[in-house]
Design a protein around this ligand. Structure first.
Ligand code: NIG
Ligand code: FE
Length: 438
């Protein structure tokens, strides 16, 4: 029988591990990950065609390209559900101040924090921002992230917010990493509006949101809901206006103080409430009833040296469906690695490696309304695949501080591939043995 032609066959996997389905997994289901030992993955065009025993697939398909997993574990492409990647300039001096005891809120109140990055973004050209963003997307890809939610929020004038969203759109055209843009004009009240913050809220609602929506530059609107930035009433107004324009809502909720952001997210029917370090029982219950997904960022309290962490395990026991994210930004988390996030969710929340895997794949994709296309390895889904050097999927959380990624496939194409490790190649081992004998 003639073999069917396909574009790519992934062979040599110790196992293929993936959640299943197109909707977020909640509560006890979170860790339901299927593991197929010795399976191969057949891909045609942008689509995953079949997963099955390697010998069968090798016999059935004639592949234009074969990607050898070399005994590693094959996982769905990671989805980062919360990032702030459009910025110029880093804030390592604030990192040092925090090491000396300063708190994030104090640094912000003294004119640092978000507003210092706003100054950098306002004075940066589109080209500068684009080059920096493309480098960051390269880094995401090297770490196995194939889709990112990406927020504006360091422009804080209509023109500068549009500039950031346009740079995101341009990067998305140029780079294999898929970008889901979020408008975060309500990230902070800029210096020039500090004496009358309501005027800035008016501007977000009356000027920024309509222009962003008209240009189709964002799928979501986010608000940093805190008393010192946008209180509950201002957040409600901005979110409602966004919804009327057809945008979904994600909120930075109960991150630094227990303001009630989670309950507001439930009232608004938001897609997600993010951070949640200070969420209370009522907030968790309201989110569960309204079907709001938590997006947890376990590296942020570590990076900020803030003692309060999100109640990750409690959110799962109450039946919620968390996604895990980096929150990559220059202030509160200058880290892009979802494998690192998976480890910290395990160590700090007690997530099993399987729960963490679902939370950085299917649940993150579902939080962006992309669960039907992304987040699992199943026939018919888009072929976004990470080939790791991990002996099994539990090592995703078990190992820290290095990238386990051997190759990345996005929309069926191999877009990143490490050269075979020199120190483990046969030639090098023979050479080492030869040297030892001498
Ligand atoms: O998610 N909380 C607000 N925004 C970011 C921090 C941004 C910054 O410090 O530049 C966050 O932690
Ligand atoms: Fe954030």
């Amino acid at each position: 029988m003639p073999r069917e032609s396909i574009d790519l066959l992934i062979t040599g996997a110790a196992e293929v591990a993936t959640a299943r389905g197109s909707t977020a997994l909640a509560g006890d289901e979170l860790g339901t990950v299927g593991v197929l030992e010795g399976a191969a993955v057949a891909i045609r065009g942008e689509t995953l065609l079949e997963i099955g025993p390697e010998a069968e697939l090798v016999e059935r398909y004639e592949a234009a390209e074969v990607l050898d997993a070399e005994g590693g574990t094959v996982l769905p492409g990671f989805v980062d559900a919360h990032t702030h990647p459009v910025f110029d300039g880093t804030r390592e001096e604030e990192f040092v101040l925090r090491l000396q005891g300063a708190r994030y809120a104090e640094i912000a109140a003294a004119g640092g924090g978000i507003l210092s990055t706003v100054r950098g973004v306002r004075s940066a050209s589109r080209e500068q921002l684009l080059v920096l963003l493309l480098e960051r997307l390269d880094r995401f890809l090297e770490l196995g992230t194939t889709t990112v939610e990406a927020k504006s929020g360091y422009g804080l004038t209509t023109e500068d917010e549009l500039k950031c969203l346009e740079v995101l759109a341009e990067a998305a055209r140029l780079h294999p990493v898929e970008v889901v843009p979020t408008f975060l004009g309500a990230h902070d009240v800029p210096e020039e509006h500090r004496s009358a913050p309501e005027r800035y809220v008016d501007m977000v609602v009356q000027e920024m949101l309509p222009r962003v929506a008209e240009a189709g530059l964002a799928r979501y609107c986010d608000v940093f809901t805190e008393q010192h930035t946008f209180g509950l009433e201002a957040t409600r107004r901005i979110a409602r206006a966004a919804q009327e324009l057809g945008l979904g809502v994600r909120l930075h909720a109960d991150q630094l103080t227990p303001l009630g952001g989670a309950r507001l997210a439930a009232e608004l029917g938001a897609a997600t409430a993010d951070h949640l370090e200070h969420v209370d029982e009522a907030g968790m219950e309201a989110m569960r009833e309204a079907g709001v997904q938590p997006v947890l960022c376990p590296l942020v309290p570590l990076f900020l040296r803030e003692p309060q962490e999100a109640p990750g395990r409690a959110l799962v026991s109450r039946g919620l469906a968390p996604a895990l994210a980096t929150d990559f930004n220059p202030g509160s988390c200058y880290i892009q690695s979802l494998p690192e996030v998976a480890s910290w969710a395990a160590l700090r929340y007690g997530f099993t490696p399987a729960e963490a895997l679902t939370a950085v794949t299917l649940n993150a994709a579902a939080s962006l309304d992309l669960g039907a296309r992304l987040g699992t390895l199943e026939p018919g889904k888009q072929a976004d695949v990470v080939v790791t050097d991990l002996p099994n999927a539990q090592h995703l959380a078990y190992e820290l501080a290095r990238s386990p990624v051997r190759a990345v496939v996005k929309r069926g194409r191999v877009v990143d591939r490490k050269s075979t490790r020199l120190n483990s190649s046969h030639a090098n081992i023979s050479y080492a043995v030869f040297c030892l004998k001498k």
